[in-house]
Write a protein that binds this ligand. Structure first.
Ligand SMILES: Nc1nc2c(ncn2[C@@H]2O[C@H](COP(=O)(O)OP(=O)(O)OP(=O)(O)O)[C@@H](O)[C@H]2O)c(=O)[nH]1
Ligand SMILES: [Mg+2]
Length: 203
């Protein structure tokens, strides 16, 4: 996507950008994927939101996010430069099961994955975790904190609940906050580089 096609005041792609990589953002329904991509994107994010109608009652659990009015029916797309050279192209997945057919599009060619988790609905991220494990993609898990009460769970508790391997980074984030989201993305890139270094050493 060319930044000139966006509304608002997009940040131009740095002239020095020499490397663009695709990053997938996944997680359960309503965990904050669209919010996460939008918070950090330097172009107006491309969104495919549809109004949630009465038809979703009984299918979509809105108890944790009662203010939610729309859901992603395709994918989110945004762009964020992490340094003068490195640009991330962010693809946010849809959270509803019936749009799972889009997951291939989101994962295909991704260098790494952010798995968002809501500790009020931990099990919702299991399908995403299964997929990143199956695809053997490097990933980090970010606990999107919706309120202070979410902090009763230590990160160790979250790691146990998700049965995460010790080497996989886990952190808290606020998907609405640009700096917080950038912190998650930096951790992911560092993890990708670390894993690549280990694989090189093994070869
Ligand atoms: N308080 C709080 N609200 C958040 C946070 N992140 C997202 N939200 C809200 O939670 C709701 C769901 O956010 P979305 O970004 O649409 O979630 P999603 O994962 O993209 O949802 P689907 O695409 O439908 O699966 C929205 O009403 C957001 O405003 C957060 O960190 N804190
Ligand atoms: Mg969404």
């Amino acid at each position: 996507m060319d930044s000139t096609t966006c509304e608002g005041a997009p940040v131009p792609l740095p002239q020095t950008a020499s490397r663009g990589v695709k990053i997938a953002v996944v997680g359960g329904f309503g965990v904050g994927k669209t919010t996460f991509v939008g918070a950090v994107s330097e172009i107006t994010p491309m969104r495919t939101e549809a109004e949630m109608t009465a038809a979703s009652i009984g299918t979509d659990d809105l108890s944790a996010t009662p203010a939610k009015r729309t859901t992603t029916v395709g994918f989110d797309f945004g762009r964020a430069a992490l340094s003068e050279a490195l640009v991330l192209y962010l693809f946010g997945a849809p959270g509803q099961d019936r749009f799972k057919f889009m997951w291939d599009t989101v994962f295909n060619g991704a260098l790494g994955v952010v798995v968002l988790v809501d500790t009020r609905r931990v099990a919702d991220c299991f399908p995403s975790l299964d997929l990143v494990e199956d695809e053997q993609l490097p990933y980090v898990v970010a606990h999107n904190v919706f309120g202070e009460e979410d902090r009763v769970h230590s990160l160790d508790d979250v790691r146990d609940a998700l049965q995460m391997a010790p080497g996989v980074p886990l952190m808290r984030c606020d998907a609405r906050n640009r700096q917080s989201v950038r912190g998650v993305l930096i951790a992911l890139v560092q993890h990708v580089l670390h894993r690549a270094g280990l694989q090189e050493a093994d070869a």
